[in-house]
Write a protein that binds this ligand. Structure first.
Ligand code: PLP
Length: 402
């Protein structure tokens, strides 16, 4: 039965992370996986989440949740995306379900699109998160790229993107990153989002917004601008949400899927179809992580504390971006100024695959092969060592570095 099998390739990100763990060198720097690390290189637990753990510890029940998971949680999660006072949120023309992180949410969406024959093609930015294609392909859908980055690899190819979107056949789905584009850190401006959404609307394309980094870009509210514009201007759309990063709950697998519908009747129909997709996948989600998020979002003082702590993380990443780019400006003539302008955890460094290999082999500094870096993996003790090594591989100019 298994004789014909050959070894599947390592996941480009998690596989590399395994290599990092096996690396015995003392001064190693991990800029691979998209997790927020604090100044000491640890993944911090939010104070509000610790408090939520204490509050719910005596209240965890053993029974299955419903297929769509914790509905109070799903409503709070949707409110965070749409805004409590928004006409869309108030209208009830939406349906939300708990999901197994953002990945699980994307898979529910993919299964839903395939089983209901909504579309057979999902278009995605080129580049996109490495798992996007795999998830949609696994459900039997085809994926196709549209241009996103400019030729320098540092900014948005807005005209190219719009021109490509204009050509996509009506009825296809278009997958966009709600904020903090992974892997590039390049997001459209507000006006560019408006133009993109206008094309989607005009061409009758189904928007799927993947929102995995709310709060890490321009702020909790600013980062859902695209979601809010879509919810205002497009009748039917899908949003996938992850709390892995902004609640630091990576291993709890907490996320949500939100389907925006034309009216409440359609919402009822969609609920039944989403339930069917979930039931055939993992039946129903786990309770604990969602209970933590629900407790924080539903308790005013915990929510405020969470927001403040998240904002501090966001500002710290922005500072690291500036320091990184400044430090490189002092050491080499290669232009890294785009890193300071981009948002979220990731940036395309502009390093070539050969330079990435040299950084790994000679200096134990780990970037993803395409040059993507997790800026949140930098800190006071590794920033200097990292920029020195980068200057070395890109070609140092003679400068004195203390
Ligand atoms: C764009 C994007 N979507 C979805 C996910 C998956 O999120 P989760 O870890 O919650 O499954 C990630 C995680 O890296 C991501 O970068």
């Amino acid at each position: 039965m298994f004789e014909h099998l050959t070894t599947a390739p390592d996941d480009p990100i998690l596989g590399l992370n395994e290599k990092f763990k096996q690396d015995q060198r003392e001064q190693r720097v991990n800029l691979i996986v998209g997790v927020y690390q604090d100044e000491t290189g640890e993944i911090p637990e939010f104070r509000a989440v610790s408090e939520a753990r204490r509050r719910i510890s005596s209240n965890v029940k053993a029974n299955y949740l419903g297929i769509e998971g914790d509905q109070v949680y799903a409503k709070l999660a949707s409110e965070l995306l749409l805004g409590a006072d928004s006409p869309r949120f108030r209208s009830g023309n939406w349906v939300a379900a708990q999901s197994l992180g953002g990945t699980g949410g994307l898979r529910v969406v993919a299964d839903f699109l395939a089983r209901c024959q909504v579309t057979n093609t999902v278009w995605h930015t080129d580049p996109t998160w490495v798992n996007h294609q795999s998830i949609f392909n696994a459900a039997g859908l085809q994926t196709k790229p549209f241009p996103y980055l400019d030729s320098a690899g540092k900014g948005l190819d807005f005209p190219g993107m719009i021109a490509a979107l204009e050509q996509i056949p009506a009825g296809h789905a278009v997958l966009l990153h709600g904020c903090c584009h992974n892997p590039t850190g390049v997001d459209p401006t507000a006006d560019q989002w408006r133009a993109v959404i206008e094309v989607l609307q005009k061409r009758n394309l189904l928007p799927i917004l993947d929102c995995a980094y709310q709060g890490f870009g321009d702020g909790l509210e600013a980062d859902v601008l695209a979601c809010r514009l879509v919810s205002e201007h497009v009748n039917e759309a899908i949003i996938v949400q992850s709390f892995s990063k902004n609640f630091s709950l990576y291993n709890q697998r907490v996320g949500a899927v939100l389907f925006l519908t034309k009216d409440s009747v359609q919402a009822g129909t969609l609920r039944s179809q989403v339930k069917a997709a979930i039931r055939a996948n993992y039946s129903n989600p786990p309770q604990y992580g969602a209970a933590l998020v629900r407790t924080v979002l539903g308790t005013p003082e915990l929510r405020t504390d969470w927001q403040n702590e998240l904002e501090a993380m966001r500002l710290r990443i922005a500072t690291l971006r500036r320091r990184f780019s400044q430090s490189l400006r002092e050491k080499c003539d290669h232009d890294f100024s785009h890193i300071a302008k981009q948002s979220g955890m990731f940036s395309f460094s502009g390093l070539t695959p050969e330079q990435v290999v040299r950084l790994r082999d000679e200096f134990a500094i780990y970037f993803v092969g395409n040059g993507r870096m997790n800026v949140a993996g930098l800190n006071e003790s590794n920033l200097e060592v990292t920029t020195r090594a980068i200057a070395e591989v890109v070609g140092r100019v003679p400068v004195s570095v203390s």
